[in-house]
Design a protein around this ligand. Structure first.
Ligand code: ATP
Length: 238
């Protein structure tokens, strides 16, 4: 069996007195695409933020490549190959597309290779090439999502965390985003995908976890969850 890349155990996170994540365990193995689904407010984004150190955790542990990363921040984790595309994208709005992509490579200083990688990103997202000098803040939601994914890929991650990449996008952009997720995974990047679009996320996933009210209440192979009547009733509108 492949090595465990990310292991979350007994994770609890609270906002003041409100317990948003109440003791969650899951793992992501090398080469897998794992989807975390669940309804609004289930605690998915909170879990992602806790992993990347943007939120402090109350108890539990997070291990990446066999070592605890508890208390480490996102900039530090990128150096270890753990990159995140946050919900809402978080692009640098006053910078151009090219400058945003360069920021994604801040941990590296091999200029020639960075230029090659920018070319690769432009091949994946031709729209970004067309607009490479445009300020990121003036782009559409879908374009900003592509940029955020491109920027994360510039760090050449081993593990990519994607928080709701399809949120708020038009159907064509949603297709494009899922196509890129599948391609990045096919290239060997391990992915943890948080999505409200449960059917698309489970269809792509090797394995999935279902989160509800701060707890994981189901897990299994992506296709098994997709055909599970309880999942279909609760998350696929059937
Ligand atoms: P969504 O899909 O709507 O983003 P989610 O599963 O990602 O949902 P979270 O954003 O993790 O859910 O929220 C989990 C719970 O924590 C919710 O009840 C939410 O209201 C609460 N919460 C999130 N952020 C904060 C905050 N900054 N302060 C207080 N409560 C918060």
């Amino acid at each position: 069996m492949a090595q465990t890349l990310l292991k979350v155990s007994g994770l609890k996170v609270a906002y003041g007195g409100i317990q948003a994540v109440k003791g969650v365990d899951f793992e992501v193995r090398e080469g897998e695409l794992v989807s975390l689904i669940g309804s609004n407010g289930a605690g998915k984004t909170t879990t992602m933020k806790a992993i990347t150190g943007t939120l402090p955790i109350n108890s539990g542990d997070i291990e990446y490549m066999g070592r605890s990363i508890k208390g480490r921040g996102p900039w530090d984790l990128v150096k270890e190959g753990l990159a995140m595309v946050p919900e809402g994208r978080g692009v640098f709005t006053r910078m151009s597309i090219t400058e945003n992509l360069m920021m994604g490579a801040y941990i590296r200083n091999d200029k020639a290779v960075i230029a090659e990688d920018i070319e690769k990103i432009f091949t994946i997202f031709p729209r970004l090439r067309e607009r490479k000098d445009q300020l990121a803040g003036t782009m559409s939601g879908g374009e900003q999502q592509m940029l955020a994914m491109g920027r994360a890929l510039m760090s050449r991650p081993k593990l990519l965390l994607l928080d709701e990449p399809s949120m708020g996008l038009s159907p064509i952009m949603v297709d494009k985003v899922f196509e890129v997720v599948r391609d990045v995974y096919a290239q060997g990047v391990t992915i943890l995908l948080v999505e409200q679009n449960a059917s698309r996320a489970l269809a792509l996933a090797d394995r999935g976890y279902v989160m509800e009210s701060g707890l994981i209440n189901m897990s299994g192979a992506g296709r098994d969850l997709l055909s599970d009547p309880k999942v279909r009733a609760a998350y696929l509108g059937e």
